[in-house]
Design a protein around this ligand. Sequence first.
Ligand code: ZN
Length: 702
Amino acid sequence: MAPKIFLTGATGYLGGDILFALNKAHPDYEISALVRNSEKGAPVAAAFPKTRLVYGGLDDSQLIEDEAARADIVIHTADASDHKGAAEAIARGIAKGHSKENPGFWLHISGTGILTWDDSRTETYGEPPYTKPYDDLERVSDLTNLPDDAFHRDVDKVVLEAASDVVKTAIICPPTIYGEGRGPGNKRSRQVYVLVESTLKNGQAPQLGRGLTEWDNVNVHDLSDLFVLATEAAVKNKSDVDDKLWGKEGYYLAENGHHVWGEISKLVGKTAFEKGYIKEKEAKAMDVEEAKKVAGFEALSWGLNSKGFAKRARKYLGWSPKGTSLEEEIPNIVEGEAKRLAQTTFITPAEVNLAMKLNMDSSFENPAVYLSGPGQASIKESPLPNITDSHSVHFWKHGGIINKVSEANPLIMGHEASGVVHSIGSAVTTLKVGDRVAIEPGRPCRRCKPCKAGRYNLCPSMKFAADPPDSHGTLRKFYEIPEDFCYVLPPDMGLDEGVLVEPTAVAVHACRLAEVKVGIDVVIFGAGTVGLLCAAVAKAMGARKVVSVDVNESRLEFARGFASTDTFLPGSGDTAGTIATQLNTAYFTKGADLVLEATGVESCIGAGIQVLKRGGTYVQVGLGKQRIQFPIVSLSEKEINMKGCFRYNAGDYDLALHLLGGGKVRVKDLITSVKVFEDVTEAWETTARGEGIKTLIRVGGV
Ligand SMILES: [Zn+2]
């Protein structure tokens, strides 16, 4: 009868590779694989049709117990070193289904993180080893008697205590594993891969402390060979070496080489540099906190010692590893990680504290603020963006938006955004990972007549952020955008100021349409963000007098300090005519040269036309009601140049950034407060109540 194997972790990196190797060596073995659901099982069934799928998770103790009872050999790889419940279920199952005459075998994976207990206790990172390397042959009892506070030790103990004539156990303890997995699921290992990923993302290889720690390594193909040999030994159940293979002495290290982590960092840096992925060849030494920030808890292993010699498998299983070395594999790992990262261009808006918070609970990969109705905003998971092209706090009370969103069709909000480049597509040449950028939040088709004529803001196929029904906004952790719609911020400009490049570009567009010239007199209706920025931009372009009009005196007070030379507060009974008359009496003799109307309110539009001098220019910047009445005869008689204005166009972002960078427009003054992501509702409410000018929301981590 063919041996029955029960395997956990078939879609994982090591479990998948073991499944591959076992199938290749013994196509006749009857293998059952624990998979979480049919979706997870599909690739396993496709690659290994003979495999019997068992649906369940590590917490399904009864199921695991039953399968362990039925199997001749259990190969436990799924979270094996840390999931105590699953180990206990396996122990019970094997004991139940087997006898001294017909023992069950258990190949259990631990991890050489268990050897780092000494450094972990003293929180020593990056220092050379000061204890003797372990030896799984002559001093195997050191390994089976490690202290209780060592990583994985609690589960090791479950296995060691289960060992008997009925339950024959082998704990296999792999070090750093490398090489491409051949399984149906995850083909990528961790430690070195995360180090390479971090190098490519941050432009420099990380090194923990002095980088002198030593660790063992093994090629995944060699490691799978070890499992095949151990499985074969279980099938043969040879009595002469029984006590050497299983139970008290059945503890295996599985190295085929050793590395110094700092040397690996150096090699990764050099390789990535030579391949042109990064500009800094030398590794960057960092303390444990910084390392955790760049690469998470995986980074800790780079700073700990874990060294031993794998003699047992060589002696009693005839294991003779022949795969490529870690050092030989580094160029492949660098290429592979670069390729993987190139599949996505992510932008992450900035925040540190919140990122830590979100990472801690790790429930969302890409949290986003969805609006599903008036006043109904919530933070939910949104899909991680993918690169499809290799080149590549606003108000929820916007009438147009809330009419088009619903529970069924919620929309991610936000179109004013800055961020840090998280990864770039393979064809991207003008940006690198880590660049801080302002984001232009619309994607024109690039093909239509307006696009070709350089007026892409008029593109009928424009996909603009937070434009219902299906063009989602920027208020989330990761956002993907073509490189030519990113604008690198000057070194001394904050991401908070970067957010305000967007509304500044609106003002720049209006002022360019209006052809603002040196010495002209301007009236601006509205002293909200756009009105204020119009005032500042008009001033920067040379306007002589800038009069801001608003019904809110506190805004006008702010306007006087920010950019306007004068302000005007209309009374409650004022009509278009009386507003115009009062403005002219107070500030102009023959009328203003230019009106920028940023309210969309009928009386302001009327007043704007009436306050203009003959031949003056009027630009409608704000949006209001669909239909309004205004003095069209006056418009004709004065031959007023009236223009519509929509968002911004080629060159507007560049000029906006220039004005901000040069200090000509001080957007920092506009920022009332910066809220964290979770306080998004409060941020909106503050703004809706008319308190302050701009409330920013921070998302994600840098
Ligand atoms: Zn177009």
